[in-house]
Design a protein around this ligand. Structure first.
Ligand SMILES: Cc1cc2nc3c(=O)[nH]c(=O)nc-3n(C[C@H](O)[C@H](O)[C@H](O)COP(=O)(O)OP(=O)(O)OC[C@H]3O[C@@H](n4cnc5c(N)ncnc54)[C@H](O)[C@@H]3O)c2cc1C
Length: 417
């Protein structure tokens, strides 16, 4: 997959990329709390309340949403029933917040790979619930073993709920244009086919999927043009500036009506591009994932875009280093105005030093100056100075270890302690 690495922290591109990939690769083995540092920008939160908060913020910024409860590839059908119940509740509760948005779901979360019929029935119940509010459910497209089954579920549901269900198609799959054409039999002006077009996120074999950035993009635009030509409703799901620009041109070329397309982006990704699309007056929907199962989703997102993992990690470490440096400067300032005193021979020689080990005062008893011999005076001065420096050292060490103790909880938090 193509990545536009532009970190300023490392000059060498390959080194940078290796570092990012390494961080993304090892993240799943880190404590969850630590991974959350990286993930929080992609996940709306753990609860539906968190997700609704994000939906409200999006709405304030003229964007709409599609809500997705995280979880996929379940291994036990009891989870499918639980997931369905959860989705029914999500719809019920979301419909009360009065914002424009719909729902996205992954069929493997309802047992697609365990029992296709049970899965279909669960998804049907969810689509029926959304339809009862005149709303819409998008079936996400998963890896290639699921494609036929997911197209089939869409076909069956489109018959029963012509305006309330849509499917995702992936431009990287070589079969997609043919799939699109095959599905045209379900299309009508009253109830158009409704697709989200994305590049595709799973690792697929080169025998069935395009692998190169240019190839994927060329097919993305071919699929998009096919949809525009056939007046299919399309969610143009990409963060790729080149594709967004090319989509603008196709929209103009085919004079696509505003109510026949929207742009879509993932929560937390390329916000500047997102805002620029909204400013131009296009509809923009944000995919808002949330839920307790955020860990798997986010580690996949980070592997997909390792640049993010590397940068967050470095930013965080750099932040901590800067914090430490700042504290050092403050400690030094403080130590400049803290003093220690040392004396020898009942005050014949007195020395004052500050916490940074700088001698600030030296006093020698007058009688000693008049009567003592020079060697004796020199010895006394050396002893007093050494004593003062020893005391200043202790003061300095105390200050530094206090500062380190203050820093430790921060560093421990960073590593999930
Ligand atoms: C709304 C939505 C729904 C999706 N649903 C599905 C689905 O059902 N099935 C499926 O297989 N795939 C899905 N995807 C993922 C999609 O297939 C791509 O893997 C993903 O969007 C990256 O491709 P891109 O078009 O953004 O282009 P890329 O060329 O991969 O990315 C372009 C630029 O966007 C930025 N970027 C892209 N992704 C990320 C990221 N995760 N984090 C940070 N920056 C990033 C990078 O700066 C990158 O240079 C969905 C994507 C979106 C936006």
């Amino acid at each position: 997959m193509y990545h536009n690495y532009n970190s300023v922290l490392f000059q060498h591109k390959n080194y940078n990329s290796m570092f990012n990939k390494m961080i993304a690769g090892i993240l799943p083995y880190f404590p969850k709390k630590f991974v959350w540092l990286f993930s929080k920008r992609y996940i709306a939160g753990v609860s539906l309340t968190d997700a609704h908060k994000v939906c409200r913020q999006l709405s304030e910024n003229k964007m709409i949403f599609t809500l997705d409860m995280l979880g996929e590839f379940i291994t036990d059908l009891s989870e499918a029933e639980e997931n369905k119940q959860a989705y029914l509740k999500i719809i019920e509760q979301t419909e009360t917040i009065g914002l424009e948005g719909n729902y996205s779901l992954k069929p493997t979360m309802f047992g697609l790979l365990l029992d296709k019929n049970i899965c279909f029935n669960h998804i049907r119940d969810i689509v029926a619930k959304a339809a009862s509010y005149n709303n819409f459910v998008r079936i996400d497209m998963e890896d290639s073993q699921c494609v036929d089954m997911e197209v089939d579920i869409y076909r069956r549901l489109k018959k029963e709920f012509p305006k309330n269900v849509g499917l995702v198609v992936q431009a990287y799959l070589k079969r997609t244009l043919t799939d699109l054409k095959n599905m045209l039999d379900m299309h009508s002006t009253e109830a158009p086919l409704n697709f989200r077009l994305c590049k595709g996120i799973y690792v697929e074999s080169p025998s069935i999927a395009y692998k190169k950035y240019e190839e994927i993009n060329a097919h993305y635009l071919e699929d998009l043009e096919c949809m525009f030509q056939n007046k299919i409703y399309v969610g143009i799901a990409t963060h790729d500036k080149n594709l967004v620009e090319a989509a603008y041109k196709l929209i103009e070329k085919h004079k696509v009506a505003k109510n026949m397309y929207e742009f879509q982006m993932l929560y937390g990704v390329t916000p500047e591009l997102r805002d620029s699309i909204v400013k131009k007056g296009h509809k923009l929907r944000v995919y808002v994932p949330y839920g307790e199962k955020w860990f798997g989703y986010s580690t996949r997102r980070l592997k997909e875009n390792p640049q993010m993992a590397g940068e967050v990690m470095l930013n965080d470490l750099m932040g901590k280093l800067q914090e430490a440096q700042q504290q050092m400067v403050e400690s030094k300032k403080r130590l400049n105005s803290v003093f220690v005193e040392a004396e020898v021979e009942n005050g014949l020689v007195k020395v004052k030093a500050n916490g940074n080990r700088k001698i600030t005062q030296l006093s020698i008893n007058k009688e000693l100056l008049q009567n003592g011999d020079i060697e004796e005076i020199e010895d006394l001065i050396i002893t007093a100075v050494n004593k003062a420096i020893e005391k200043a050292d202790k003061l300095n060490e105390g200050e530094m270890s206090g500062m380190a103790a203050n820093m430790m909880p921060n560093l421990a938090n960073l590593f999930g302690g």
